[in-house]
Design a protein around this ligand. Structure first.
Ligand SMILES: C[S@@+](CC[C@H](N)C(=O)[O-])C[C@H]1O[C@@H](n2cnc3c(N)ncnc32)[C@H](O)[C@@H]1O
Length: 228
């Protein structure tokens, strides 16, 4: 895995410990018009909670960024661990949790090697999977095997094929030494990657009107799987 990681240019690596400086730079200016900088939970996540598809329990927010989904889940009675590579993201998340008066256990580090014992009833990933190179899907699945409780859920959002992200064949990323901004996934590709999980729902994220208290962009897929 480390050997394959090294096929990527250092400045194209957004998923190992070496990437924390890149993400710290990305989060340095909080006023940038980056859609996911807004303190709003994903519309699909709220819908899973409101429809009772997921219930309060232990959660891991994987690649939590500034913690918008972690803070929302904590406010709904979930016990939340939130992990991110970037110290700047974690500091921002801690500040948001304090302002909201909720408890979130933030961990700064690599989700795939950090001490995250689980078991979790929910692993939620908004926008991390598509920044991983193809071989790291194996590491991602190994993390789920380790920490996701039987009957637990995986929820994720990622670039939707045909809308956003690169659709080059996997080998092209290794030849080019970069991920071209992130990988696009189709519903079938997600079903294939997570074929040992049961599909609950895969759909496009619902675009949110301006001023909505929720986050939703139509070029993202939202998927919910359940461990048997
Ligand atoms: C597109 S951002 C999304 C942030 C957040 N989930 C949100 O939607 O607001 C992706 C995040 O994944 C984090 N990340 C990437 N690889 C990671 C890894 N191996 N372990 C932990 N975090 C990682 C990055 O630091 C970045 O904050």
């Amino acid at each position: 895995m480390a050997l394959l990681d090294r096929l990527f240019a250092a400045d194209a690596d957004r998923w190992t410990e070496n990437a924390s400086a890149w993400w710290d730079g990305f989060y340095a200016d909080r006023s940038k018009p980056v859609p996911f900088f807004a303190d709003k939970p994903d519309e699909n996540l709220l819908s899973y909670v409101e429809r009772g598809l997921i219930r309060p329990g232990r959660v891991l927010d994987l690649g939590c960024g500034p913690g918008r989904n972690a803070v929302y889940l904590a406010s709904r009675g979930f016990e939340v661990d939130a992990v991110d590579l970037a110290p700047a993201a974690v500091a921002w998340g801690e500040q948001r949790a304090a302002e909201a008066g909720v408890e979130v256990r933030f961990v700064c580090g690599d989700a795939f090697t950090a001490d995250l014992p689980g078991p979790y009833d929910l692993v939620y990933d908004s926008g991390c999977l598509h920044h991983l190179p193809p071989h790291r899907r194996v590491t991602y699945r190994a993390l789920l095997d380790r920490v996701l409780a039987p009957g637990g859920h995986l929820g994720l959002t990622c670039f939707a094929a045909g809308e956003m992200g690169s659709e080059l064949p996997d080998e092209a990323f290794y030849r080019d030494g970069r991920l071209h901004g992130g990988l696009a996934y189709s519903p079938d590709a997600l079903r294939w990657i997570f074929s040992d999980l049961e599909e609950v729902e895969i759909r496009a994220m619902e675009e949110q009107p301006e001023g909505s208290p929720l986050f939703g962009l139509p070029f993202l897929l939202a998927a919910l799987f359940r461990r048997r």
